[in-house]
Design a protein around this ligand. Structure first.
Ligand code: ZN
Length: 240
C-alpha cells in the first residue's frame, strides 16, 4: 500500500461534504459474488452460449428456460453480505458527507448495509415485475414462482427488474446519478475497469478536482484521475 496515497485519500474523505461513490463489479466480488461476465471452468460445461448472449433481451424472450437457469445459478447470491466498503459508505451517508452511491451491481448489498440514496444503473435482483399485470414481487417470492416464474395473480411471466443487454437504462436513475456526480466534491470510482458503457461517460459529469480511482489493475482513465490506487478495495476502505 502506498502510504502517501492513502493519507491523501484519508484527508480528502475527512474534508469532504458531498462524496459520490461509483462502483463496479469489484465492489461485489469482495462479498464473494463473482462477476457473471467472467466465465470460469464450470461455466463452459454448463452453458453453450456466452453470458452476454444469455443475458440479452432477445434470449430472455426466446429461451427463457436457459435464461432463468443462468440467472439463478450465476446472478443470484441470496446469502451474500455487505463488506467493509458497503458499510463505510453507509456510515458516510449517515454522517451527512456522502451524497449518493451509483452502482453497476444488482445485488442490493448497499441497501443491506444501510445506504439509502443508491442509483442502481442495472437494476436489482430484489425486485421483479409481472409482464402482464404489472404485479411486483420481492426476491423471496420470486424464487417460489417456478423455473420460468409465473405470476400467481394472472399467469404472466415475471421478469427480474434487471437491465438486460439490448435494453435501455432507466431515465430517472441516469438523471439522479448524473445530478449527484455533477454536485460531488469527491468522486470515488472503484472496482470497475471503466471499459463498460456507461461508466466512462458518467465520469465526464464530474466538475471537481478530487477524482479518485481505486482498482486492482490499471484502467483507461487512470490518466485523468487526481489520485489512483491500484489496491484491493477492502484494504483501502479498512483504512478510511
Ligand atoms: Zn400478473
Amino acid at each position: 500500500m502506498n502510504e502517501e496515497n492513502i493519507r491523501k485519500l484519508q484527508s480528502w474523505v475527512s474534508e469532504a461534504k458531498s462524496i459520490v461513490f461509483f462502483g463496479g463489479a469489484g465492489v461485489s466480488t469482495e462479498s464473494g459474488i463473482p462477476d457473471f461476465r467472467s466465465p470460469d471452468g464450470l461455466y463452459h460445461q454448463q452453458y453453450d452460449y456466452p453470458p452476454e448472449t444469455i443475458i440479452s433481451h432477445t434470449f430472455y424472450e426466446r429461451r427463457p428456460e436457459i435464461f432463468f437457469r443462468f440467472y439463478r445459478e450465476r446472478m443470484l447470491f441470496p446469502d451474500a453480505k455487505p463488506n467493509i466498503c458497503h458499510k463505510k459508505l453507509a456510515e458516510w451517508e449517515k454522517e451527512g458527507k456522502l451524497l449518493a452511491v451509483v452502482t453497476q451491481n444488482i445485488d442490493g448489498l448497499h441497501q443491506m448495509a444501510g445506504s439509502r440514496r443508491v442509483y442502481e444503473l442495472h437494476g436489482s435482483v430484489h425486485r421483479s415485475t409481472c409482464q402482464k399485470c404489472g404485479a411486483k414481487y420481492d426476491l423471496e417470492t420470486f424464487l417460489k414462482l417456478g423455473d420460468i416464474p409465473k405470476c400467481p395473480a394472472c399467469g404472466g411471466r415475471v421478469k427480474p427488474d434487471v437491465v438486460l443487454y439490448e435494453e435501455g437504462l432507466d431515465g430517472d436513475v441516469i438523471r439522479g446519478a448524473v445530478d449527484a456526480i455533477g454536485r460531488a466534491d469527491v468522486l470515488i470510482v472503484a472496482g470497475t475497469s471503466l471499459t463498460v458503457y456507461p461508466a466512462a461517460a458518467f465520469l465526464d459529469e464530474y466538475r471537481g478536482n478530487r477524482l479518485v480511482l481505486i482498482n486492482k489493475t490499471a484502467t483507461p482513465r487512470d490518466g485523468i484521475a487526481d489520485l489512483v490506487l491500484h489496491e484491493k478495495l477492502g484494504d483501502v476502505f479498512s483504512r478510511l
